[in-house]
Ligand binder design. Structure first.
Ligand code: SF4
Length: 191
């Protein structure tokens, strides 16, 4: 990202709120919990942003024009893949949010097995009722779990499992101000 590539595109004095999304792909939601650990700082940030899509307040339609998206989790299913392409098309700054998004991390542990073996274990060997592979609602798995940047360009990589709330806060305030942040000195993988 260049020094000028923040999300603030208005002239000084203009009051348009920044449209922000958070997305949950294949992750444990721990990155979203860390986001919530911003606590009272969420109130401060809310004065400058409009949340337009997030599992936290159940907004389910991804808008056409989003300024900033924090995307948690790896790309594991056909639904994840469709989502991340749509998010990329409709988002100015895409943040790969946490180790699962950046490296595929924990979800990629299933890459050592075939999808058939994963289904066998999950839906037959451990089933106590009606063993079968669901053909509705549950999205189909992709052959392997991959990080977001394997499919679409990413603007910011925010490592951490989960990234600490202080680092999320610093990143958001910098992006909202049109600044960039050197995240490599603030967090690390697995932390
Ligand atoms: Fe959970 Fe860690 Fe993955 Fe975040 S990076 S979704 S906290 S496992």
């Amino acid at each position: 990202m260049s020094e000028e590539s923040g999300v603030r595109s208005q002239e000084p004095g203009e009051a348009r709120k920044i449209k922000v999304a958070t997305v949950w792909l294949d992750g444990c939601s721990g990155c979203h919990m860390s986001f919530l650990d911003l606590d009272e700082r969420l109130v401060e940030i809310a004065q400058h942003v409009e949340m337009v899509y997030t599992p936290l307040i159940d907004l389910k339609t991804y808008p056409d024009e989003v300024d900033l998206a924090l995307v948690e989790g790896a790309v594991s299913s056909e639904e994840d893949l469709e989502k991340i392409h749509r998010i990329r098309r409709q988002t100015k700054i895409l943040v790969s949010f946490g180790d699962c998004a950046v490296t595929a991390n924990v979800p990629s542990m299933r890459n050592a097995f075939s999808v058939k073996d994963v289904y066998q274990r999950g839906y037959f060997e451990t089933a106590t009722l009606n063993p079968s592979v669901p053909d509705q609602i549950v999205p189909k798995l992709l052959p392997t779990v991959r990080p977001i940047h394997a499919y679409v360009p990413v603007d910011v990589f925010l490592q951490g499992c989960p990234p600490p709330a202080d680092v999320i806060y610093g990143l958001l305030t910098d992006l909202l101000a049109g600044r960039t942040t050197d995240l490599t000195t603030q967090t690390r993988f697995g932390r």
